[in-house]
Ligand binder design. Structure first.
Ligand SMILES: *Cc1c(COP(=O)(O)O)cnc(C)c1O
Ligand SMILES: [Zn+2]
Length: 417
């Protein structure tokens, strides 16, 4: 297992592995750094079933921890078989967009229906290693659903803070069913995160929002799987929705590590998509600013990215700029159109935030920013069933007729079937 430590991206301060810290004393974000000479690189590219723990040689745990209990280890990973999601080749969509090679990495097929599971399997295992026996998060929904199941598997209590009335139905259902203690505040996600950060420090509860650098270590395995599924090749570009901006930072880090180990020669252009009503990162990129200006009233149908003050903004700006990527914003109407295209042309059912990736790609193709002969991977972050209400608003309801073959036949003919 690798040697690693945690380091501030702003001032370089180092923290030890058993410190419970989320940000540096200077306020900077923390990165997990590995001593690459101690990484078993061959185990990364060795065949075998995909999944987060396949890449344990690049996960922040010591040897003994990851051996199963009874095999000389002290702790087993808290897992529900996360990762190993399909990378679909989308020929029909590619043809429509005039592209050569388009893929969708469907993270909605994780155990709870979003990529958050990759972060939580690592984050909750880390909580147990650090002897933190309670976990918490603020959430637009998916983080809470995911944390709830990992806490249930670990047998520890989980506390969740949500913006009242702003969370998609499927996500709340998961959190409450799996036994999270769910509190809804009269405020937005950014308020919820501020409050939960304060309470976690004060009450020594382990915070599992994406400001926690260990969570991002799990999420970076999206990059490892994309590269492996393409035959250890990097795509030219990865396009994904950006909310609190952890995932784009994590995937970028994953690709950089593969380059560091000599497994890949290049890193894809990281391309972040936000909704028009919540676009602080897009504006900072377009205006060449070093810092974002938070949006006090974020608004969009894509509730998973309805975030005005992304906590990982410095990491996301770094990922986009260093990789030669871009950022773009899309309207709710563009998001819904892309959601339908994924569903109807490719059979890929995603929640609105996830469709922002395709909507953004389409816009960037039109603008000529993305070339049609690039190999592009869109990451669809969450499953269609997460937000049934958004779907019912976007689609025609079923037609109703009496239970009579003639009546149904007439309808079929009217529909041209
Ligand atoms: C969490 C989430 C996002 C945003 O990811 P960040 O890491 O916060 O940028 C996008 N889509 C879905 C479905 C999510 O659950
Ligand atoms: Zn610092």
């Amino acid at each position: 297992m690798p040697e690693y430590h945690v380091e501030c991206m702003r001032c370089g301060a180092r923290y030890e592995r058993d410190d419970v810290v989320y940000t540096c004393e200077c306020g900077g974000l923390l990165d997990v750094k590995y001593e690459y000479s101690t990484v078993d690189a061959a185990s990364i590219t060795r065949g075998g079933e995909l999944g987060v723990w396949k890449y344990r040689a690049l996960l922040p745990f010591e040897d003994g921890i990851l051996k199963l209990k009874g095999e000389g280890g002290t702790l087993a990973p808290v897992t529900t078989r996360e990762g190993n999601t399909p990378l679909y080749k989308c020929e029909r969509l590619a043809e429509k967009l005039g592209m050569r090679e388009l893929y969708v990495k469907h993270e909605g097929l994780n155990p709870t229906g979003s990529f958050k599971d990759r972060g939580m399997t690592v984050g909750v295992t880390k909580a147990l290693e650090l002897k933190m026996t309670r976990v918490a998060c603020a959430s637009t929904g998916n983080t809470s659903a995911s944390l709830a199941i990992y806490a249930a598997r670990a047998g520890i209590p989980c506390f969740v803070l949500l913006p009242k009335g702003k969370v998609a139905l499927g996500k709340v259902a998961q959190a409450v069913m799996h036994g999270a203690r769910v509190v809804a505040i009269d405020g937005n996600f950014d308020d919820a995160l501020r409050i939960v950060r304060e309470l976690c420090e004060e009450l020594r509860i382990y915070l599992l929002n994406s400001v926690n650098p260990y969570r991002l270590e799990g999420q970076k395995t999206i990059a490892f799987e994309i590269a492996e599924q393409l035959g250890w090749r990097a795509p030219d570009r990865v396009v994904l929705p950006v909310g609190n901006a952890g995932n784009i930072s994590a995937i970028y880090k994953g690709f950089c590590e593969l380059r560091e180990l000599g497994i890949l020669g290049e890193v894809p252009k990281m391309t972040g998509i936000q909704a028009d009503g919540a676009r602080p990162i897009v504006d900072a990129i377009k205006e060449g600013r070093a810092e974002i200006t938070p949006e006090p009233q974020p608004e969009t149908i894509a509730s998973a990215i309805r975030i005005g003050n992304p906590v990982n903004a410095p990491k996301a700006l770094r990922a986009i700029r260093e990789s030669g990527g871009v950022a773009e914003a899309v309207t709710d109407a563009e998001i819904i159109e892309a959601q339908k295209e994924l569903a109807r042309l490719e059979g890929i059912g995603v929640e609105p935030a996830s469709a922002a990736s395709l909507a953004g790609l389409k816009k960037l193709l039109e603008l000529g920013v993305v070339e049609k002969d690039e190999t592009v991977v869109c990451v669809t972050t969450g499953h269609l069933l997460k937000d049934p209400e958004a779907v019912l608003k976007a689609c025609e309801p079923p037609v109703e007729v009496e239970a009579d073959a003639d009546a149904v036949r007439k309808l079929l003919i009217a529909h041209g079937l």
